[in-house]
Design a protein around this ligand. Sequence first.
Ligand SMILES: C=C(CC[C@@H](C)[C@H]1CC[C@H]2C3=CC[C@H]4[C@H](C)[C@@H](O)CC[C@]4(C)[C@H]3CC[C@]12C)C(C)C
Ligand SMILES: C[S@@+](CC[C@H](N)C(=O)[O-])C[C@H]1O[C@@H](n2cnc3c(N)ncnc32)[C@H](O)[C@@H]1O
Length: 385
Amino acid sequence: MVAVPALVTKTVDRLSAEFDKLSTTQKYAVGVAGGVASLYLVGSLLFKSSDKSKPSTFELTGGSIEASKVKAEFDAYSESYGKNAGEGIVDRSKTVHLVDVFYSLVTDIYEWGWGQSFHFSPRLPHKDLRASEAAHEARIAALLRLRPGMKALDCGCGVGGPMRTVASVSGAHVTGITINQYQVDRAKYHNAKQGVAPLTDVVRGDFLNMPFKECTFDGAYAIEATCHAPKLEGVYGEIFRVLKPGSYFVSYEWVSTHKYDPKNTEHVRIIDEINFGNGLPEMRTWKEAENAGKNVGFDLIMSLDLANASVVSGPWYERLRMGKYTHAINHSIVSVVDAFGLAPKGLKEVHHMLVEVAKSLIQGGETGVFTPMHLLLFRKPETAQ
Ligand SMILES: C=C(CC[C@@H](C)[C@H]1CC[C@H]2C3=CC[C@H]4[C@H](C)[C@@H](O)CC[C@]4(C)[C@H]3CC[C@]12C)C(C)C
Ligand SMILES: C[S@@+](CC[C@H](N)C(=O)[O-])C[C@H]1O[C@@H](n2cnc3c(N)ncnc32)[C@H](O)[C@@H]1O
């Protein structure tokens, strides 16, 4: 306890003594060098990340959208949501395009302020955020019974955080599909940098019409992604088609729970805000999600809300609740960067949307009307084609 301050004081004293011995010119030179070094350090910390693993505050972009068009695209996105309670995206035929725009707008901010896995996780006792996140992802590999030599599909893969965990814990090859080209580029970059490129592939495509042949994969999963489909049967049907008979599909679904009451205006407001701030066309009930899988031919093996599955795990929304001061600070930072013209115009508004949706998600969790992790495990029957 005493040794460290004593050592520090001694070193400072010795340095000051050495400094006193220098001539005025030498003192001046040391001052200038120190100043330049500090500026360089602060500048490199603030302006540039040492590599491209995470964008710095000054590197936030509009993804695949040109900087000059970010504001207009965000305005068009905002206007696509109806004003009536429970309405969601008015013209559902535009959903896929709007979701692509949404991910161009948010991907850098997500990576900057959350990480490379765009999902929630129950907080495991005595484990940190990253360990809890990895465990949530590794559960997928176990449920799908993946092993080396198998081929798995990650439906809506984001920038590939989960795919890197699933491929590395199982040894299986994982192909990810995302609608957003910017995410494809980011995912490929991270896969190469983290040494998992040989076990992964990433393609841009619509999960409602996938560029894969029938019966290609030994397993498929979707983490908090199929909620973007204009119709759940559309994406589940495609997954059914590309799976080999007898193999499994697991999804962590965003759904309303049995506590949601469509006649309760507060519940409806929370869900409407969640839809808008997360690029969802509408919210499905957990029962609708179960039925969608059965309707396309799957056998339902397991249906379980992981938000309530363990009494010892912390709630999934705790990370957002703990982060609320950080979100406010982040908003000031983004506003300053915006004021100096160092971020695309419109990114401040996108960030504001995220600050607000964080509050709605917390309310969805606290009231228990919403879960981002209803686990659905389906199996394609052996007899299916
Ligand atoms: C599955 C989806 C995304 C889930 C989460 C990964 C994201 C949902 C809300 C996001 C965030 C909210 C607040 C942001 C904060 C204001 C900012 O400063 C830093 C990033 C946030 C924490 C951001 C991070 C990702 C989320 C938690 C949906 C889209 C289906
Ligand atoms: C919230 S992110 C989750 C990403 C990833 N599963 C994870 O947990 O990190 C949702 C993903 O679904 C993808 N997605 C949404 N609609 C899609 C569509 N029609 N076709 C392909 N991908 C889609 C998005 O591009 C995004 O990558």
